[in-house]
Write a protein that binds this ligand. Structure first.
Ligand code: UDP
Length: 363
């Protein structure tokens, strides 16, 4: 009999497992995949750590979380500065003075602000009601058309006029020459890959892989006093109220016999004609110098049963359905639901870790 059964060896599960063990509890971690680390899993190919389930760049303002992860890995000085490719024209991201200069030839922050203000006025926006209006009021029509509209509509499979404005507020807008995508105090990539970092969190803990909890739920439940479940909450209840919607991503990964494909970790294709949203060149997360390179083209798709769920769709319909599942979850006395899938939340890594640390103190 274990004190805790933890379903899912991703970040939430690994932090919980580590914390419970530290408190003297016995822990069993299970995962249906053949490997640990959930979606931060990195696979080594030709010495390059490939982010198999999408690029993960660790960034946080939370000193406790930063100190916490630094126990398990040394972080390098990687700074995320994606480049946007619009029909072969390249722009700096996030939106900053380099972007404004290239787009309009403006030189000073004052000129950039005037340009944006003029475009916002011309579009007649006072109170932004959706992502399109929010974007235009932040950066003007030209940037919206070239760098936001196509990318966002490919990413979410919905019109910008039908999307909530908070999605775009994740992106900083700066009137300085600063290509750092994140405003966070701390940022970097764990040297040696995320898998190693998660393995360090799970050190000394029993982990069983290739194990499907939901298929043998009663058997696994009988092994422990408490269950921490980090899978999709709707799957836990066998979708009995209907399924929550996700955006999924398909990756086409290639090993190329050349040292440098695009000169940057991330290039976003912001037009609507290119079918992929971005290309990741994994070696640049760790400043590698191998003779070969690995790239992944990312295609965004609507999630269907059987696909990997990635991004929760945080609209009203799904929000209400999640609430109903959450109420069912609260009645499961022995079970704690956590993480991006367990809580149906567009969580960054640091927020997942903070939530797990908080929960570990309360149980
Ligand atoms: N976005 C955009 N153009 C870009 C990059 C991002 O319009 O080149 C918008 C898009 O709506 C996206 C949102 O900003 O959904 C958030 O982007 P972020 O990079 O935070 O998404 P993630 O890395 O989580 O996929």
């Amino acid at each position: 009999m274990y004190d805790y059964l933890i379903v899912g060896a991703g970040l939430y599960g690994a932090v919980m497992a580590h914390e419970m063990k530290k408190r003297g509890q016995s822990v069993l971690v299970i995962d249906k995949r053949p490997q640990i680390a959930g979606n931060v899993y990195t696979k080594e190919v030709e010495g390059i750590h490939v982010h198999q389930y999408g690029a993960h760049i660790f960034h946080t303002n939370n000193k406790e979380v930063w100190d916490y992860v630094n126990q398990f890995a040394t972080f390098n000085r990687f700074t995320n500065s994606p480049v946007a490719n619009y029909h072969g024209e390249l722009y700096s991201l996030p939106f900053n003075m380099y972007t404004f200069n290239k787009m309009w030839g403006v030189v000073t922050p004052k000129e950039a602000k005037e340009k944006i203000e003029a475009q916002r006025k011309e579009a007649g926006i006072t109170e932004p009601k959706n992502l399109e209006e929010q974007a235009i009021s932040l950066v003007g029509t030209d940037i919206y058309e070239k760098l936001i509209k196509g990318y966002t509509e490919k990413q979410w499979g919905r019109k910008c006029t039908e999307l909530p404005s908070f999605i775009i507020k994740r992106l900083p807008v700066r009137f300085t020459f600063d290509n750092n995508y994140f405003n966070a105090l701390y940022q970097g990539i764990p040297i040696g890959g995320y898998t190693k970092m998660v393995a360090n969190m799970l050190e000394g803990i029993e982990v069983r892989l290739n194990v499907d909890y939901l298929e043998n739920k009663d058997e696994y439940d009988s092994l422990a006093k408490k269950v921490i479940y980090t899978g999709p909450i709707d799957a836990y209840f066998n979708y009995k109220l209907g399924n929550l919607e996700y955006r999924s991503v398909r990756f086409e990964t290639e090993l190329l016999d050349e040292p440098n494909f695009q000169g940057n970790a991330a290039v976003n294709y912001t037009d609507s004609e290119t079918p992929w949203t971005r290309i990741i060149e994994h070696k640049w997360f760790e400043f590698n110098d191998q003779p070969k390179t690995v790239i992944s083209r990312e295609y965004s798709s609507e999630w269907k049963l059987g696909d990997e769920p990635y991004y929760p769709v945080n609209d009203e319909k799904n929000g209400n359905l999640y609430k109903a599942y959450k109420e069912l979850g609260e009645k499961e006395e022995k079970v704690i639901f956590g993480g991006r899938l367990g809580e149906y939340k567009y969580y960054d890594m640091d927020a997942v870790i903070a939530a797990a640390l908080e929960k570990s103190r309360n149980v």
